[in-house]
Design a protein around this ligand. Sequence first.
Ligand SMILES: Nc1ncnc2c1ncn2[C@@H]1O[C@H](COP(=O)(O)OP(=O)(O)OP(=O)(O)O)[C@@H](O)[C@H]1O
Length: 262
Amino acid sequence: MTATLEAVGLHRSYRVPGTRPWRRATRVALDGVDLALPAGRSLALVGESGSGKSTLLRMLLALEVPDDGSVRFRGEPVTPAAPGRLRHEVGVVVQDAGGSLDPRCPVRESLREPLECLDGWAGVDHDARVVELMTAVGLDPETGDRRPGQFSGGQRQRLALARALIANPSVLVVDEPFSAVDPATRARLVALLRTLVERSAIQVLLVTHDLGVADRLCDDVVVLAHGRVAESGSIGEVFARPRSAAARDLLGAVGRLPEVRA
Ligand SMILES: Nc1ncnc2c1ncn2[C@@H]1O[C@H](COP(=O)(O)OP(=O)(O)OP(=O)(O)O)[C@@H](O)[C@H]1O
């Protein structure tokens, strides 16, 4: 069966800033990465800082062109110039959730924006959809007139989630979405995301340092180390019996094996 999202042989290097042009020093961020998000599954992308997770995400979202290799969405090649269905079907929550919301606009307008840009939403009541999504993420729709600065960090994460979900994506990409919130808020957001995902059958591609969150939300895991896939498989398998040093290091760093679902 065709994977929903697939990367084959991705390579990406960057010039190291400050080096003299004739020395041409480069840093390899991705070195031959293959990855697949099979239909109906959710995937966590983990790895130590600098392992290449964000770079890989930029390629997968067709925001940047790899030096080599390709990305396919539902079997079709995607590039920044021709992202095809990817832009319509993939919702994204970035690390800095507040950043996806215009600080000058009432949040209702930021939430409505994807509906105004994407096909298929012209005949739909956008305000009603905003009310629906604000309610779904546990925010009072009456607060839609407020600016992002009038919400707490956790509430802004909820708003970013609502914005990512508003155009009914089939895939939700979330990049360290819970790093800036306290543990109690994080637990509530994870529970909320899990409920939303189960209810709407969305596939999640999660980038995280938090293996507990990965375990709660995803079926499979890819462990990146030094721009390569060190290990991949079902979360239950990899967390219970890590084969690579990178996976063992990550699991060791959290002090104990995260709770693994039966
Ligand atoms: N635009 C860029 N220019 C130069 N080097 C870059 C660029 N983007 C990434 N890199 C380098 O590529 C490597 C991988 O970086 P990347 O941000 O993908 O790692 P990461 O796993 O997402 O890290 P973190 O968990 O800290 O966010 C790093 O060595 C980084 O310095």
